[in-house]
Design a protein around this ligand. Structure first.
Ligand code: ARG
Length: 271
């Protein structure tokens, strides 16, 4: 996840190189300092793409096929239920799907790999991500100990208000052409107004989607982050769904609006 604009990456790289030559402070510190010094970039945008610990985000999971290849994210909403995107779950079987819980580093063996108890539930109206209803629920064969994240409901309208800050997390690509991340990454993105989302995408449906990002782009989810959480107010408010490219100017990320699915989710979580 989390694409950074080319010029910023280049600048960061040059600073890293210079510092390496000078043999001073760690490269990471310098990158942060460099970006904070750039007053076109607000402080909170500096967090785009930073590593976070799985212990602080115990409810974020990733999905793999039987060979261990990570293809999507998800969120534990109860000890046995994972909310993900329909496009991550459609057509998948208990045989070729695994849920990896409590593992921030894909190359480690921390946490657990859990199988599904049954085929995924996929929203019955799902056709394609940009047509909405991109939401699904997986049932785990074994309950896990990690703390779940409650899904947003009808009372959480203000979390979707323009400018509301949301955290997005995942192991997806760090750029449109970049490989997926080995480590769990997170970024903060502001929720956009439905007007701005509709202006960005003709497919945008305010009843079932929400969109987030900066007008100029630069921070976003990307391929491989789908199905993963968008979090605000201690609740799951969105599911990473689609976007044109990643982090492009005028092209925010689009997320399934979890609160719109409160009743169907309740039904799935209680079954
Ligand atoms: N569809 C992508 C996936 O399967 C997620 C894309 C999100 N794109 C974006 N620009 N926010 O992983």
């Amino acid at each position: 996840m989390i694409y950074e604009e080319g010029p910023m990456r280049l600048a960061a790289l040059m600073v890293t190189l210079l510092m390496a030559l000078a043999g001073t402070a760690s490269a990471d510190d310098r990158v942060v300092d460099d970006r904070m010094a750039d007053d076109r970039v607000a402080d909170d945008r500096v967090v785009g793409g930073e590593r976070v610990s799985i212990e602080d985000h115990p409810w974020v999971v990733y999905l793999t096929d039987a060979s261990g290849f990570q293809f999507c994210g998800g969120t534990l909403v109860t000890p046995t239920k994972v909310v993900t995107a329909a496009h991550c779950a459609v057509g998948r079987t208990t045989r070729n799907t695994r849920v990896v819980v409590g593992r921030g580093d894909k190359n480690s063996d921390e946490g657990e790999v859990v199988r599904l108890a049954s085929r995924p539930w996929v929203h019955p109206d799902y056709v394609a991500a940009d047509r909405g209803d991109d939401i699904a629920v997986l049932t785990l064969r074994d309950a896990v100990d990690q703390e779940p994240l409650p899904p947003a409901g009808p009372e959480d309208g203000e979390l979707y208000a323009e400018g509301s800050r949301a955290r997005v997390l995942g192991w997806g690509r760090t750029g449109e052409q970049a490989p997926a991340s080995r480590y769990l990454l997170a970024a903060t993105v502001p929720v956009m107004s439905d007007e701005d989302c509709s202006a960005a995408y003709f497919q945008y449906d305010e009843a079932t989607m929400t969109c987030a990002g900066y007008p100029e782009g630069g921070v976003d989810t990307c391929q491989g982050d789908s199905g993963g959480p968008m979090v605000a107010g201690g609740k799951l408010i969105g599911v990473t769904s689609w976007g044109e490219g990643c982090a492009r100017e005028g092209k925010p990320g689009v997320y399934s609006r979890v609160a719109a699915y409160h009743d169907v989710l309740r039904e799935q979580l209680d079954s």
